[in-house]
Design a protein around this ligand. Structure first.
Ligand code: F0G
Length: 423
């Protein structure tokens, strides 16, 4: 494999054929590609030629960029295939946020309904190349759903660690249905994350959280694909939700590589949006202080209910590079933004709509200008969390208003009754 692993803190290097997630010094690892060499072969034209290919592995919106993801032998690739998600525009959402040129990249259209499939195909293919038989992850739901499906596809055993009672039903259902050994931890995601790292080390399981640098490589393809869909015209902003901060780090890393390769010239600004009750990175950024974990993270957007994000150092570097920023939004802002995204016919899960709520706030503050080009990433599918949707429209969400309520109507089963309701 033509890549190396490098510590983001001390620069120590390691070969890529190891299942190591941290440097000896404790720092996080990055996958480093030989961009100088890749300059000779990679171009917009090459990626455009592969677009729409029905041939494995280029039929995947991740492996289309294979050289920049993981230069592994095709025989190790486990792909469903993922990516190739739509970019949507909606007058209704644009009006809500106050930006006309808004495109929403809907990652809920991936095979298991979230952006995690992009990182998963890269991570699990790397594990496969090392001969991994058992794979593990801690999750707020989507990673576990994705890993469970990919493990089954690759005939591996999947073991997921999830916080008991804290993940959305659709995601729990997926982990069980795809056949993963599902362990519900008495604790939150941060507890599960700590435990899975220890368990993977001691029990020889291949770890598939975004602390695994090969996961990050796959997730870079969201940015690549969005740019390719826009004929490589770079927007002014990318806006996305932040939980464990792997996805935003991936976006930053991918964009910086495209700039280095000369495939794009302009650097888009990255805005990361956290939920107010799970906002350690926002606090660090806005108060200009040391990073400090949030002990009891709390938000209706369970996907990003994370108090001690693993990858904050990685995204910190790319936010500076991209003149980016961090915003926070309340649960009320999230559920209302979600109601707008849903009723526009697009639909997404709560954490995804933190992007839209955050963008609205940034426009109101005058940070994002009305005439700027924005790509917002919708990270997960509407059906991941049906409970929240039904409770919002019933008006039964605890401590939250249902500003855009669409209540179901109960009537007698007669034509007269229906006529009355419709009028
Ligand atoms: N949106 C959704 C739908 C997610 O599932 C997640 C993370 C995020 C946003 C945040 O991405 O963690 O890379 O900053 N879900 C993880 C999981 C933690 O376990 O499924 P991040």
């Amino acid at each position: 494999m033509d890549v190396i692993l490098r510590c983001i803190d001390c620069g120590e290097e390691y070969p890529p054929d190891s299942s190591r997630y941290r440097c000896e010094c404790g720092g996080l690892l990055d996958v480093v590609h030989d961009l100088e060499k890749l300059k000779e072969t990679l171009s917009k034209e090459l990626f455009d030629k592969r677009w729409g290919s029905r041939k494995f592995p280029y039929d995947s919106g991740v492996w289309r960029y294979k050289e920049l993801i993981l230069p592994v032998d095709d025989k190790f690739i486990i792909s469903k295939p993922e990516g190739n998600t739509n970019l949507y525009c909606s007058e209704k959402v644009s009006e809500f946020v106050g930006v006309e040129k808004l495109a929403m990249k809907h990652e809920g259209e991936n095979p298991t309904g979230s952006f995690k499939d992009r990182g998963m195909t890269a991570g699990i293919s790397h594990g496969n190349s090392l001969g991994a038989k058992v794979v593990a992850c801690a999750s707020t739901g989507n990673t576990s759903a994705s890993m469970a499906a990919y493990a089954s596809t690759g005939s591996m055993k999947g073991v997921v660690f999830i916080p008991e009672g804290e993940i959305a039903y659709g995601k729990l259902a997926q982990a069980l249905a795809y056949g993963a050994r599902t362990i519900q931890i008495k604790g939150n995601f941060d507890d599960a994350m700590k435990l899975v790292q220890e368990a993977s080390d001691k029990l020889g399981m291949y770890l598939l959280n975004s602390i695994n640098p090969f996961r990050i490589e796959g997730q870079k393809s969201i940015g690549f694909e969005a740019l390719q869909q826009m004929d490589w015209n770079v927007p002014d902003w990318f806006v996305l939700p932040g939980g464990n901060l792997g996805n935003s780090s991936a976006l930053g890393k991918g964009l910086s590589e495209l700039v280095e390769l000369g495939i794009i010239e302009k650097i888009p600004r990255i805005a990361v949006v956290q939920a107010h009750g799970a906002n350690p990175f926002y606090r660090m950024w806005s108060e200009k202080k040391e990073f400090e974990a949030v002990k009891e993270p709390e938000t209706v957007a369970t996907a990003i209910r994370i108090g001690n994000p693993v990858s904050w150092e990685k995204i910190n570097k790319f936010l500076k590079w991209s003149k980016g920023l961090v915003e926070e939004v309340t649960d009320q802002e999230i559920v209302d933004a979600k109601a707008i995204v849903d009723s526009s016919g697009i639909g997404a899960e709560p954490a995804s709509c933190a992007s839209i709520a955050g963008l609205k706030k940034l426009v109101e503050k005058g940070v994002v200008k009305e005439d700027e080009d924005v790509v917002a990433i919708l990270t997960g599918n509407l059906l991941k969390d049906p409970d929240l949707v039904v409770n919002y429209h019933r008006g039964t969400l605890k401590n939250l208003r249902s500003t855009y309520q669409n209540k179901a109507i109960q009537t007698e089963a007669t034509l007269e009754a229906i006529e009355k309701v419709i009028k």
